[in-house]
Design a protein around this ligand. Structure first.
Ligand code: NAD
Length: 481
């Protein structure tokens, strides 16, 4: 077995105690299929206990001064950064991404803890003009209560801190349910929170191989006041419906179908670099990954040629090996999905430019791929491929590009490359997306509100708006003055 970092305790964490269970499930390395560790397989009873622990810890946690909470978050941030290498290696082992990307994710994930340590001190209400001379209007901003955080495997650390840091800053307590493929990073992260001094019950983690039982409690228990989910649109819709029974405040960070538009006047070399970052990072397994390249006729052939030249240089392999830029896919189902999307597109007339099949390394490694002449009737036009496939669509006019970009139920991230400033404004305003990157291939930062429109989600994470998601407004009318 691989040596795992000392900070990792392979048990669940409930009410400040590391808890074992009668049954366990295996966490495997997608680069070689070997088992890395066994973790407790918990269910309904333990989830109820975790909710009770979080509920019990809430009054004292919210009563602390903002500065005290900020100092604890700051200590957690420093502990994460002091263990950046341990966390990055652990993440590559269980998730597969190249080690440089894992280091980047640790820093990105930690940045939310740092940011909300600062923001905690700025949470504020307001006084408003009143509707009578003898009355005053006060608006308090209060912590919402117990938060449930359910997170995906593609960003095993950052998706947790992006929820927990603002929740804790606001005075909430949390129960985390990490993805079954990547619970180890979550457990190491929470161990660091414990070492940083976060009080018992303030942060809890439930590991489970069967998420539905845990999800049922977290979406229906009235003590949980906020349900914050990141994952697929299908699961998100189901859980949002489950939240309706207790009218829970919910945030949903769901799937995308990002367009990446290249106009005739674009700097093509910059566009290719942006395309590599936005498409092939994490082997194409990010929610803001480009899913569709829309390229204007005048630069169509040359863009494909330049992109293919770069894609052929991407070294595929074990994420821990030097120079590797693309790791394995998370599992066999992910390989089957990309294969099905390619087969469907080729059958409907697309042209294979490069890649197109499982990699000679075997396992879940897949060749970085490009197909040209994609059309709207293909699965790649409507479904998130979530793999290293770049389908290229052709367009002629700006209006066509905007219409094609918007012809989807998703609305998370969109990218475009152009120089003409009128075009830039027109396209920026025409895109129905929560996030738009102009002449840029990566847009995630703790400083900006991250989130989608349409079926890509509800709510925002990051920036000061991310804190509001974990608060309620209380209006107090003081009369008789
Ligand atoms: P998933 O929906 O399969 O799983 C996400 C989480 O939900 C996991 O922890 C899983 O165990 C849990 N889950 C599944 N069924 C559940 C149930 N019935 N009750 C409770 N929990 C349940 O998604 P995934 O495959 O882990 O992640 C990939 C998806 O996440 C992609 O669609 C991607 O676009 C999306 N994603 C979105 C964002 C964003 O910010 N918008 C970020 C990362 C990933």
């Amino acid at each position: 077995m691989e040596t795992l970092p000392d900070i990792l305790i392979t048990k669940a964490f409930i009410g400040g105690e590391w808890r074992n269970a009668k049954t366990h499930f295996s966490v495997t390395n997608p680069a070689n299929g070997k088992v890395l560790a066994e973790v407790p397989d918990l269910g309904r009873e333990e989830t109820l206990e975790a909710v009770a622990a979080a509920e019990a810890a809430w009054p004292n946690w919210k009563r602390r001064t903002a500065k005290e909470r900020a100092n604890l978050l700051r200590a957690w941030f420093e502990a994460i950064m002091a263990h950046q290498e341990d966390l990055a290696r652990l993440m590559t082992l269980e998730q597969g991404k190249p080690i440089a990307e894992s280091r980047g994710e640790v820093a990105y994930g930690a940045s939310f803890v740092e940011f909300y340590a600062e923001e905690a001190k700025r949470m504020a209400g307001e006084t408003l003009q009143s509707h009578g001379v003898d009355k005053r209007i006060l608006v308090f901003r209060e912590s919402i209560g117990v938060v449930a955080a359910v997170t995906p495997w593609n960003f095993p650390l950052a998706m947790i801190t992006r929820k927990c840091a603002p929740a804790l800053a606001a005075g909430c307590t949390v129960v985390i349910k990490p993805a079954e493929a990547t619970p180890l990073t979550a457990l190491a992260l929470v161990r660091l929170a414990e070492l940083a001094g976060l009080p018992a019950g303030v942060i809890n983690v439930i590991t489970a191989s069967q998420p539905a039982a845990v999800g049922d409690v977290l979406t229906t228990d009235p003590r949980v006041r906020k349900f914050s989910f990141t994952g697929s649109t299908a699961v998100g819709k189901k859980l949002l419906a489950q939240c309706a029974g207790t009218v829970k405040k919910a945030s949903m960070e769901l799937g995308g179908n990002a367009p990446f538009i290249v106009f005739d006047d674009a700097d093509l070399d910059a566009a290719v670099e942006g395309a590599i970052a936005s498409k092939y990072r994490n082997s194409g397994q990010t929610c803001v990954c480009t899913n569709r390249f829309l390229v204007q006729s005048g630069v169509y052939d040359v863009f494909i040629e330049k992109l293919a030249a770069r894609v052929k240089q991407l070294k595929v392999g074990n994420g821990l090996d030097a120079g590797v830029l693309q790791g394995p896919l998370i599992n066999q189902a992910a390989v089957e999905k990309i294969e099905a999307h390619i087969a469907d597109a080729l059958e409907k007339g697309a042209r294979l430019i490069c890649g197109g099949k499982a990699h000679a390394l075997g396992g879940t490694f897949f060749e970085p791929s490009i197909i040209a002449d994609a059309t709207s009737d293909m699965r790649v036009a409507q479904e998130e491929t979530f793999g290293p496939l770049a389908p290229v669509f052709r367009f002629d006019t700006d209006e066509q590009a905007i219409a094609m970009a918007n012809a989807t139920n998703s609305g998370l991230a969109a990218y475009f490359y152009a120089k003409d400033y009128r075009r830039i404004w027109h396209v920026m305003e025409g895109l129905e997306y929560g996030m738009v990157a102009v002449n840029e291939g990566i847009l995630s930062t703790e400083l900006a509100p991250f989130g989608g429109v349409k079926e890509s989600g509800l709510g925002r994470e990051g920036s000061r708006h991310g804190l509001d998601e974990f608060t309620e407004l209380k209006y107090v009318c003081v009369g008789g003055l």
